[in-house]
Design a protein around this ligand. Structure first.
Ligand code: B12
Ligand code: SF4
Length: 552
């Protein structure tokens, strides 16, 4: 059925990560550079992510829908003034409250007949409809909400868009191919950890987009067929918790002799339940693991031996990102150090340190609000977890929280070496652990690691050359020697790649020293024209721009 309704779905405007009227310099819009490798300078992993939820919604409406990602204010005004949109949906998170409000004001001014729909985690702010001009507010899953709003069939099957997992990818100043695709099996998590914004936002329920492993497999196969891509970034809070679905996926892969690779988020209990061997056969190559911290004692982590688990995962070629929450109510100046020590000792490839943040809608927020612990004078723009606390902590001042956080990141880098070197080591482990494999999945995995090892080998020479301390230099040198032992001395091609990587890294190091280390995402405009396609998915997708980074 054809729809004449015109919709714009937009993320908030840039620039990001600068101190201005709408945002703060600490709130960088890059996953790793913001909250994982932020102190690792040249060795930080750099990439941006599109606003996945908006593409998921757009793909599933019959209306003519455009997604505008990372506009500038000027670009946004141009977009809404020249098009006659019936609905303009603004997606935002709590720290981007001011940007969302500004955009809503701009809609009222430049497209007064358009209905404003607010969506995303920012809508958990109490009485948001009184704080931002709007006509509708979506709290929770957006596909069903928009279908209902537009009078479409809510039960229609979900179609999954093909969206790159990341873009503007760079390592050591070297642009990388963006060859992964995002896979969104569902939203929410039933665990309901007290601080967790996502779990509470989706009412502690899991809403699947894919209910069976077969559906996931079919999507992967389609992506492989249409894009030649077999690598997936799985945007699901706890992918392995839905064990049956994961098992079905593996069965399908085995049956069709396919090898796909997956980067996932999962809690430790589920990893322990399914086992590392299963994960390796499934094709997991990266895991974001909630370690949270010993002092916090979360139920999901009871009885988990993290040291062993991390070693097992890395031994099987699975890169581990351990996330740790600092400044929980139980943290004192003494025991916080224990949690940081613990995180470092477990030896993951990456560590995310995040400040405890009472986000609206969470149980933590309700408790803190009731106890009068929230600092009402701290604007939402500072509620992001990478600068200072916005609640009164009994043992840390806001300034101390900034200092301790930076020191934690710094110590992890000083004592473990850069994450990039650790990741390369894990790839080598993966290659070694599958060397004598007979299982077809693992034989394919071995080939996958061989290619990664070849691609990442030059990075070891760059790390050795630009190491920030002796440990890091020795670590990279030892690793390079292990590579040479495993693969033989570098041939002429590899030597050329090493020389090129060293030159590009030198330019990047100079750029960081002179210009700074902030990168703005490209503005992307994508039009999804359901009415141009056949009755059901895939929709006609037209990427209209991949323009210059957000202008002012
Ligand atoms: C990818 C991601 C990012 C990307 C964002 C890229 C981008 N284009 O903006 C990056 C890495 C840059 C990022 C950064 C940050 N993020 Co972030 N991020 C995520 C993450 C992991 C996934 C989001 C996602 O794609 N989910 C999958 C899609 C399908 O779900 P969804 O986005 O929720 O969308 C659905 C609904 O919410 C709804 N919906 C969303 N928008 C709209 C709009 C309309 C109109 C409608 C109707 C519906 C709707 O419909 C969608 C489909 O159901 C979430 C955690 C999570 N698992 O969700 C955190 C999360 C959104 N991030 C969060 C935070 C706090 C941040 C940072 C401040 C963290 C920090 N200090 O580093 C920064 C902010 C950077 C900045 N300057 O804006 C919080 C938000 C908390 C809150 N209450 O606001 C989350 C929930 C993580 C958490 N648990 O705390 N993030
Ligand atoms: S397990 Fe992870 S995603 Fe689930 S509620 Fe806890 S912190 Fe949130």
């Amino acid at each position: 059925m054809r729809s004449t309704t015109k919709i714009l779905l937009t993320s908030v405007f840039g620039p990001f990560g600068v101190d201005d009227e709408f945002g703060r310099k600490e709130n960088i819009v890059e996953l790793f550079h913001n909250q994982v490798t932020r102190e690792q300078g040249l060795f930080s992993l750099r990439f941006h992510h599109q606003s996945f939820g908006l593409y998921m919604i757009a793909e599933n409406l019959r209306a003519d829908t455009t997604v505008l990602d990372f506009p500038s204010q000027k670009r946004f005004v141009k977009q809404i003034a020249k098009n006659d949109y019936d609905y303009i949906g603004i997606s935002f998170i709590v720290p981007n409250f001011l940007k969302a409000r500004r955009m809503a004001e701009l809609v009222r001014k430049h497209a007064p007949h358009a209905k404003i729909v607010l969506g995303g985690h920012g809508t958990s702010i109490e009485e948001i409809e009184k704080k931002i001009p709007c006509d509708h507010v979506c709290r929770g899953e957006g596909v069903r909400f928009m279908r209902e709003l537009l009078g479409e069939d809510v039960q229609r099957p979900i179609a999954h868009p093909i969206v790159p997992a990341a873009f503007d990818k760079r390592l050591l100043g070297i642009p990388l191919r963006g060859d992964g695709v995002v896979l969104m099996p569902g939203v929410g998590c039933t665990n309901g950890c007290r601080f967790c914004a996502t779990s509470h936002y989706f009412q502690r329920q899991y809403t699947p987009f894919f209910t069976t492993g077969r559906e996931i497999f079919d999507f992967c196969e389609r992506v492989e067929r249409e894009r030649g891509c077999a690598d997936f970034f799985v945007m699901d809070e706890n992918f392995l918790k839905h064990r049956r679905r994961a098992e079905e996926l593996l069965v399908e892969m085995e049956r069709r002799n396919k090898h796909y690779t997956f980067s996932i988020f999962s809690s430790a209990e589920t990893v322990r339940d399914v086992g590392v061997e299963f994960m390796a056969r499934l094709g997991v190559t990266f895991i974001w693991l909630g370690m949270e911290g010993v002092a916090s004692g979360y139920e999901k982590n009871q009885g988990v031996d993290f040291r062993r688990l991390v070693a097992q995962l890395r031994g099987a070629g699975i890169v581990v990102l351990g996330s740790v929450i600092l400044f929980t109510e139980r943290h004192t100046k003494e025991n916080i150090r224990r949690d940081i020590d613990f995180a470092i000792e477990t030896g993951p490839d990456f560590i995310q340190f995040m400040q405890l943040g009472p986000m609206p809608g969470t149980a933590l927020y309700k408790d803190f609000r009731a106890q009068g612990l929230l600092c009402d004078d701290v604007p939402y723009a500072e509620w992001h977890g990478q600068h200072r606390l916005w609640f009164k902590h009994p043992n840390f001042t806001p300034a101390e929280s900034e200092e301790y956080l930076r020191a934690a990141f710094r110590r992890a880098w000083d004592e473990l070496g850069c994450s990039l070197a650790r990741l390369v080591e894990t790839n080598l482990n993966g290659w070694l652990s599958t060397r004598n494999a007979s299982d077809a999945r693992l034989v394919e995995r071995h080939k996958f690691f061989a290619a990664l090892c070849r691609d990442y080998y030059p990075a070891l020479h760059v790390i050795r050359r630009f190491a920030h301390n002796r440990l890091e230099r020795d670590y990279a040198a030892t690793l390079a020697a292990r590579f040479d032992e495993a693969f033989g001395r570098p041939d002429a091609v590899q030597r050329g790649r090493i020389a090129a990587a060293l030159a590009l890294a030198a330019v990047e190091a100079l750029r960081i020293r002179t210009i700074g280390n902030l990168r703005q995402p490209t503005t992307i405009v994508t039009r999804v024209r359901r009415d141009l396609a056949r009755a059901e998915s895939p929709a006609g997708v037209e990427i209209l721009t991949g323009a210059a980074p957000a202008e002012s």
